[in-house]
Design a protein around this ligand. Sequence first.
Ligand SMILES: [Ca+2]
Ligand SMILES: [Ca+2]
Ligand SMILES: [Ca+2]
Ligand SMILES: [Ca+2]
Length: 278
Amino acid sequence: MPGGGSEVILADFNKDQKLDMAVPTGGLVNILLGNGDGSFQSPMNTGLGTSATYVESGDFNMDGRVDLIATGSSNTYLLAGNGNGTFQSPKSIGGPGIALRAADLNNDGKLDLLILSGQSFQVLLGNGDGTFQPPKTFGQGTTYSEMVLKDFNGDGKLDVAAMNNGGNVSVFAGKGDGSFEPRVTYIVGAPGSHLANGDVNNDGAVDLVVSRPAPYSDLVLVLNRRGISTAMTSSPNPSTANQPVTLTATVSASVRGSGTPTGTVMFQEGTTVLGTAA
Ligand SMILES: [Ca+2]
Ligand SMILES: [Ca+2]
Ligand SMILES: [Ca+2]
Ligand SMILES: [Ca+2]
């Protein structure tokens, strides 16, 4: 399960096509090279000299070697991979965190990083050379325990679902540029809950599952019904100055089985409202 504790990741750090393991343990991060048969060699210390509770992997400097990111109560560090299971000296790239996710959030082909800290999450857009742009902070105002990064609304952009320590889940729709819409919160949980995800009812949309501890000892499903996409056309296109044009917006469910969207479409030029349609 994802969470605030140790998280083991699998990646091929020495490029032998066999999955290896990175394990934060006892304040160290160890690498266990895989033998390809389910067994692993003895742990090798990565040389991270500070405590880490959560690790993530990816090729952040685009040299074809898998790198390691480790976060904990002090800072977040990048350890550039040497391609043989060893790593270069840790470089501090961000503040403390309780969970990490690596993904290309702004679709520029360079791996970016999400750091879940207690009170918010930070986006660090990758420069593709192992350095990152200054962090942008989202989701302030509550205390988080877990996070899921998935495309929940089916628009091709990754979204964040983050659970607070009361067990309620906030979903932040990704804009595709590394920033996120304001939260939509689902009141489902109880303190100590855990968050998982999957397509529970097989309608093609990723749902959330919250497992609640005693006295509930149950699962709460948050079924995903939010998939909507909007396509815009204008006619004639192209048009000349002062020529009347007809704007057409087609709103459809972008996630199979999520129903027929209802509501009002508003056409705006800047802040000027050109018209609305129901
Ligand atoms: Ca390997
Ligand atoms: Ca690398
Ligand atoms: Ca990127
Ligand atoms: Ca999305």
